[in-house]
Design a protein around this ligand. Sequence first.
Ligand code: ZN
Length: 288
Amino acid sequence: MPEGPEVETVRRSLVDVVVGASVQDVWQSSLPLRMAKPQASLQAFVGSTVVSLERKGKLLWLPCRDNTRSDVRGLLVRLGMTGQLRLHAPTDDVAKHTHVRIVLQPRIGTVQELRYVDPRRFGDVAGYHDAATLKAQVEALGPDGLTLSANEVLAAAAKLRTTTRALKEALLDQRWLAGVGNIYACEALFRARLSPWRRGVSLSPKEAVCLVECCRDALVHGLEHNGTSFSDYVDARGATGGALAHLWVFQRETLPCKQCQQPIERRDQAGRSTFFCRRCQHARPTSR
Ligand SMILES: [Zn+2]
């Protein structure tokens, strides 16, 4: 499932072609995206120009300017579990599970198609028609985990110490930090040497700050390797990310811990797999 580093890698691989391009045509499949919600028509974007390509957490958006109207509106993209945003030549074969095709005339070069492919259809490509709608979606998210400021680290740490939830579950809450999913939550907890089952309220101020910084560091490390590919994730050109080989615990069940050689374990936690090292990650507070 694409998390902050994967979505940022996709954004970077698209930006040169997409920004400044005009939308020449849009095709949508008849199948509903984002679970059972019917797809809204994107035909209104034909004739508009993509102004920029933005990201916060796992949310991507493309503000567009309509040449006949002066307002800026745009497209919101969520990659969900298995979504891919790919650039193609219009003559390329259309892959199975392609749900949206946007024909773009870039500022420089030939016409390209931005295609949204999503076998499980948990993601979405949706239009927004006013700034307030976009703002509501963006502001529902916590600060972006990849670009945390010193003040945002302190605020996120303080908030973490008020929750009775298990740390792993708290880290996945996009209202707290945007962009941390299962991969980087497991990695951050290992880096901070904390048990995924510790409660937020059990953390000392120092432990909480350390964990937030470890979230940011795990995300930045993932981005440096162009994201983690272990199932569907690829960038807009179809390239896989290289972070998997450099992770501490994620997808390393039974392999020796890179710190202490104890086998990494995997356990279900709130419906998701948690990977951890029993020896390195403390179940009890170490200092208060
Ligand atoms: Zn270990």
